[in-house]
Ligand binder design. Structure first.
Ligand SMILES: CC(C)(COP(=O)(O)OP(=O)(O)OC[C@H]1O[C@@H](n2cnc3c(N)ncnc32)[C@H](O)[C@@H]1OP(=O)(O)O)[C@@H](O)C(=O)NCCC(=O)NCCS
Length: 394
C-alpha cells in the first residue's frame, strides 16, 4: 500500500470499482468507437476474475489498472498455465508516478500464487521499456497475416455447402465448434463455458458450413478494432474454403479482411498461406496485435511442464547443463539421456548464468531487432512456440 498523495493500492478490483475501471480503459482505448472493454473482454471483467484486476485509487477514483486472466495452455503434449496481461491504463493526469508498474508487479505476484508460470501480453514498441521494468521481454515473430480483398473471393472455391451466419451461436453448435477447435494446435485450452462468451462477442459473426444437417466447418469474422478480419476457423478444409469464399464475396470494392496465421499454422492458416501467399505480413505489424512480450514468472516450474517437448527436441545421445536465473537465484539442471529428460536443481558442467529476460529470449526466440546466439549447450532445443488465438486475446 502507498499513501503518497492519498493514492491507495494496488488493490484487487471490487464490483463497485468496476464501472470506474471501465470508464478509465474505455476513455483511453475505445474513444471514437462504439465498443466497450466490458463487452469486448467479458471474461477479464467477470466476477470470478475481479481479484486479478489490480487498481490504484485516488480520492475514491480509479486512476490506474492492470488486469490479468489465467488460462491453461495445452500443446506439444505439455500443459501449463499462463496469465494474459489485459487492458493496462493510467489516467493521463496521473501517468509517470509509478502507478501502473505497481499494479503490474502486483499482477506478477498474483500470477505466481495462481500458478501461472508465464505471463504474456501484446503491445507496441513505445511500451517495451515500461513492461521491461518488471522483467517482460519482447520475443520472436509469432506468425503472419494474409489479406483478402473483395476481388480475391475467386481464389477460394465454393464447394457448395450451405452457409449460415450467426451472431450468437447456440449450445449444440458450440459443442461441435469446440471439437473442431481442439483438433487444431490451438494453444489456449478454452473451458467449455468460455465458448458461449467468445462466440457471442460484439462485432463478431460466425459463419457455419453444413453438409445436409451436419456442421462441417466454422469461420469467425470480426469487424471490431480488437478482433478484426478472419479471426478463426476450423473443421473440414474444403468447407472452410467455402466459408472464406463466402466472407470475401460479401466485401465491397476496396474492402479487405486479414486472416491470422500462427507459427503452428492449422487449417485456416494452411488455406490462407496457399491461396494468399503474396499478402503475407508479420503478424506484429497488424494494428490489432503488436509484439508479443513474455515474462517467465517461474522458470523451473515452466521447464518441468515442457519437459516432454524438450525430451523430443533433443537429438544428442547425451546432453546435460544447468541454468541459473540472476533475479531469483534459481538453478535448473537438465539431463537428457536415451530420449528421457531429468530436471533437477543442481549445478552441472556446463553451467549457464542468465537474466530472466535472456532466458525468455532463449526459450521463446529472440526479438529480431536484437538477435542473440543460442548458448552451445542449448543448441537445437529452442524456441518453444505456443499460439494464443486472436479470439483469446484480451
Ligand atoms: C503504459 C501506461 C499504462 C503506464 O502507466 P504509468 O502509471 O504512467 O506507468 P509508471 O508510472 O508505472 O511508469 C511509466 C514511466 O514513468 C516512470 N516513472 C515512475 N515513477 C515516476 C516518477 N515518480 N517520476 C517520473 N517518472 C516516473 C517509470 O520509470 C516509467 O518510465 P519508462 O516509461 O521509461 O519505463 C500508461 O502510459 C498508459 O495508460 N498508456 C496508454 C494506454 C496503453 O498504452 N496501455 C498499454 C497497452 S498494452
Amino acid at each position: 500500500m502507498m499513501n503518497a498523495s492519498q493514492a491507495i493500492g494496488p488493490l484487487a478490483c471490487t464490483k463497485s470499482d468496476l464501472p470506474g475501471v471501465i470508464r478509465l480503459v474505455d476513455g483511453m482505448m475505445r474513444q471514437g468507437t462504439d465498443q466497450s472493454m466490458l463487452t469486448d473482454y467479458p471474461l477479464v471483467y467477470a466476477e470470478q476474475n475481479l481479484q486479478n484486476i489490480r487498481i490504484i485509487k485516488l480520492h475514491g477514483e480509479v486512476v490506474s489498472v492492470v488486469p490479468f486472466i489465467p488460462h491453461d495452455v495445452v500443446i506439444h503434449g505439455c500443459r501449463f498455465k499462463i496469465g494474459i496481461i489485459s487492458p493496462t491504463c493510467t489516467a493521463t493526469a496521473h501517468q509517470r508516478k509509478g502507478y501502473a508498474l505497481r499494479c503490474l508487479k502486483s499482477c506478477s505476484e498474483g500470477m505466481h500464487t495462481a500458478g501461472c508460470d508465464i505471463a504474456i501480453l501484446w503491445t507496441g514498441q513505445n511500451n517495451f521499456r515500461f513492461y521491461g521494468r518488471d522483467g517482460y521481454q519482447v520475443v520472436a515473430h509469432q506468425g503472419t497475416t494474409h489479406r483478402g480483398h473483395a476481388g480475391d473471393a475467386g481464389r477460394f472455391v465454393d464447394h457448395g455447402e450451405r452457409v449460415e451466419e450467426q451472431t450468437q451461436v447456440g449450445q449444440a453448435h458450440l459443442e461441435q465448434i469446440r471439437a473442431m477447435h481442439e483438433r487444431e494446435s490451438c494453444g489456449i485450452f478454452r473451458a467449455p463455458d468460455n465458448y458461449r462468451h467468445l462466440f457471442s462477442l460484439p462485432k463478431l459473426k460466425t459463419l457455419l458450413a453444413f453438409r445436409g444437417t451436419t456442421l462441417v466447418a466454422y469461420l469467425v469474422v470480426g469487424s471490431g478494432v480488437n478482433k478484426p478480419g478472419l479471426v478463426e476457423g476450423g473443421g473440414d478444409k474444403a468447407s472452410l474454403e467455402t466459408l472464406v469464399h463466402y466472407a470475401l464475396s460479401q466485401l465491397h470494392k476496396g474492402e479487405h479482411l486479414d486472416g491470422f496465421v500462427y507459427r503452428t499454422a492449422g487449417t485456416l492458416g494452411d488455406l490462407l498461406q496457399e491461396k494468399l501467399p503474396q499478402t503475407r505480413r508479420p503478424i506484429e505489424e497488424h494494428d490489432a496485435i503488436g509484439w508479443t512480450l513474455v515474462r517467465i514468472n517461474n522458470a523451473g516450474s515452466f521447464i518441468r511442464k515442457i519437459a516432454p517437448w524438450l525430451a523430443k527436441r533433443n537429438t544428442a545421445p547425451r546432453r546435460e547443463f544447468s541454468i541459473a536465473v540472476h533475479e531469483t537465484g534459481e538453478i535448473i539442471s537438465l539431463r537428457f539421456m536415451h530420449g528421457a529428460l531429468d530436471i533437477g536443481a543442481d549445478k552441472l558442467d556446463p553451467h549457464l548464468e542468465m537474466s530472466r529476460t535472456e532466458l525468455t529470449s532463449l526459450i521463446f526466440g529472440a526479438y529480431p531487432a536484437a538477435p542473440t546466439p543460442q548458448p552451445e549447450p542449448t543448441r537445437g532445443l529452442f524456441p518453444f512456440h505456443f499460439p494464443v488465438p486472436v479470439l483469446d486475446h484480451s
